[in-house]
Design a protein around this ligand. Structure first.
Ligand code: SAH
Length: 376
């Protein structure tokens, strides 16, 4: 098995950024809703897991076919070469989803797919037993039905890629690491410029900026489920982890600051930065936004302030947006990027954005307001 249809899933709205990351790794790709598709080898699977900052998971497609009946789903699943994909004694839990399809009962689809795989594997296991032992590594399977077409996938990541492996603690409203990385990559920041998040919470955005700034792969500190698989070449994992080490630029100096009004959040952010090995690279400070003073040029501010969606928070949040407008307005060489769902943000901030981009923060529809600085 050396060619795969590899699917990097991602949040709606981040496809183009993931595609750019994929191309930077040297792979051609196609973009679809919530996913980016690559025809690639094992090394591509491994490198995409290690390097993609904005993708949720890396899956491989095992098969795709029309499935109008349970019989069809069963037979077509059984035709797939499962003996190549599931190692000896491998566990293979099946999850599922169904959208606009005749086969609408997801639990039934999961059961049928599971049974079809068991039947197939039995043919290839010599012991002739009537059941299939599942005591080894896990090979997570997914059956996704869309308009009567079934796609059978295997998840190579395990836990979602937003889990970088160093978040010890989080605040009440942490942004997902994958979205934080996208916010940074949508700016004109380069590692030689100052970077500030003045509502940094648990530090997600500044930590992603530090990873990007030193070209550290987001997966450097975690494991992936497919590292355990029988058909995965351990040598490729070793080589690719070595590449991660070789390409990291630990000598790149960074000027990254995170501040927040809440001293508890600053403690949490510091703990997370320490766990990631970034204690010396990011400065954290407990401070209200109103007190922010900046004396450098050409920097970048990226922030995810509270949105004021909870009852009672609104007046405070609206005052915060007015404060932002005032504090940021003298910074004419800085580029400023703010993510919020507040419908009157620009009015409160007192300026029209150079550009707006629609993004989802989980299920919340937000706009990413961009105010580009004048170059000095
Ligand atoms: N991106 C962060 C979450 C930010 S939530 C993360 O991933 O953890 C918004 C943050 O804004 C909260 O931590 C809150 O304490 C902070 N905040 C609210 N009002 C503020 C103000 N006036 N000045 C500075 N920070 C403020």
């Amino acid at each position: 098995m050396n060619k795969f249809k590899i699917i990097a899933t991602c949040a709606m709205g981040l496809e183009a950024i993931v595609a750019k990351e994929v191309r930077a790794l040297g792979y051609d790709c196609q973009v679809d809703n919530g996913k980016v598709i690559v025809q690639g080898d094992q090394k591509a699977i491994v490198r995409m897991n290690l390097w993609l900052r904005c993708a949720d998971r890396i899956k491989v497609e095992i098969g795709q076919f029309s499935a109008l009946s349970f019989d069809e789903l069963f037979e077509r699943t059984k035709e797939l070469p499962w003996e190549l994909y599931i190692g000896t004694n491998g566990k293979f839990p099946v999850i599922g989803k169904s959208v606009k399809s005749q086969l609408s009962s997801v639990p039934d689809c999961q059961r049928i797919v599971k049974k079809a795989i068991v039947e197939r594997i039995k043919l290839y296991r010599s012991e002739g037993a009537d059941w299939v032992e599942e005591s080894g590594p896990t090979y997570p399977i997914e059956v996704a039905l869309l308009k009567d077409k079934a796609t059978i996938l295997m998840d190579t990541s395990g836990s979602g890629l937003h889990k970088r492996g160093f978040r010890l603690d989080q605040g009440e409203a942490p942004i997902k690491e994958t979205l934080a990385a996208a916010l940074v990559q949508l700016t004109n920041w380069t590692p030689d410029k100052p970077f500030i998040d003045p509502c940094c919470g648990s530090g997600t955005i500044v930590l992603e900026a530090a990873l990007i700034g030193q070209n550290i792969a987001p997966g450097f500190n975690r494991e992936f489920i497919s590292e355990q698989w029988q058909w995965m070449d351990q040598g490729i994992w070793n080589e690719s982890r070595q590449e991660v080490e070789d390409l990291a630029n630990y000598d790149q100096p960074l000027q990254i600051i995170g501040s927040d009004i809440d001293h508890k959040m600053i403690q949490i952010a510091k703990g997370n930065a320490q766990e990631a090995g970034f204690s010396d690279l990011i400065s954290f400070k407990q401070m209200q936004l109103k007190d922010l003073r900046v004396n450098t040029l050409n920097g970048v501010i990226v922030t995810n302030p509270p949105y004021g969606e909870r009852l009672g928070d609104k007046p405070e949040v609206e005052q915060l947006y007015r404060d932002m407008g005032e504090v940021f307005s003298p910074l004419d060489t800085w580029s400023i990027y703010i993510l919020t769902s507040h419908p009157h943000f620009e009015q409160l901030y007192g300026k029209k954005a150079t550009k707006k981009r629609k993004l989802f923060n989980g299920f919340i529809k937000t706009d990413y307001y961009q105010f580009w600085g004048n170059k000095k």
